[in-house]
Design a protein around this ligand. Sequence first.
Ligand SMILES: [Zn+2]
Length: 377
Amino acid sequence: MQTGYVYHDDYLKHDTGPHPENGGRLTAIMDGLKKSPYFNRLILVEPVPASPDQINYIHTHDLIRTVRDLSSSEMHLDPDTPTCSRSYEVALLAAGGVISAVDAVMDGMDSVFALVRPPGHHAGPDRSMGFCLFNNVAIAARHAQKRGLGKVLIVDWDVHHGNGTQEAFYEDSSVLYFSIHQYPHYPGTGSVDEIGRGSGSGYNINVPLSRGATDADYLHVFNEILVPAARTFQPDIILVSAGLDGHRDDPLTGMNLTSMGYGQMAGVVRSLAEELCGGKLVLALEGGYDYDVLSESVIMIFRALMGECDDISGTETVMETGKGTVMGMGAGIGTGKEKGTEKGKGTGRGTGTGQVSDHTRQIVEKVMKFHSGGKIL
Ligand SMILES: [Zn+2]
């Protein structure tokens, strides 16, 4: 099992001052990761800066120029999104890092987690916003297609709706965008009825959960919606906008996920990738603002990617087994057609010890209703 990570010290050079999205996030992640027993088993994937032409897969030339020019004068791109003189080049390296991750899995690595910043999923074709300069995952999705892959599944579990990614692929049936997020919340988009348009109709799935949702709620949604949708769609690669700001300790948001919950979600997407697309899986960091839980959650995700599933509840060094958690990684999915999926095979443990709320069940029904008769659900 070859598991990679993308990192570069230059990611710290996007200096945002006293802002929640700052270089300390990545420093905390790397410090925690280096102390863990898993670090020496991970393979470094060196990021290569994206070219402006690659950024233009998603963003207009006008926006690219705006980011470059406002960075050089250290201006804000929106009230939430400051820049410094290095921000443009760091943003190129962030997008390039996710592209490098895609290249690595297309060239044989099993999965890669790109630990990049600034994040990307709020950046739309013609605007930067919400801490995001360029949409790293969307650009990497197009890169995968330029290299010959046809269909891309983007799973966005950042606690905020990825309005930029949705906008980029809203009329595109070659990219299935699935977002699970707190709602109502920033940026205001992401309701169930936003299902795509034209030939993209049905290929945009929003699951807006209310504040307080737990691991059990998320895994219920994964089992009921993401897994069947992915199996119908049959992606050639899976990309994850892996924000960690739904953690119950995150200072900016109101969800109730645990670090183990992130590991379990990673286990589900890993199983899906193995079943559907030869294991090709890339995760990219989006949000997440509590230093301690950032590193803890990243370690849990790497454990899932490396296939360390069975003893997940006994990992006292990196996490606690708290309320609302679910036993078993990748549980409840799977026919186990290919290697690695046996662990979760049809055990139905996906809703485990946590309680799925009535509200979440209602949202799942609503999503199915809006997509019924569609091509995916
Ligand atoms: Zn977020």
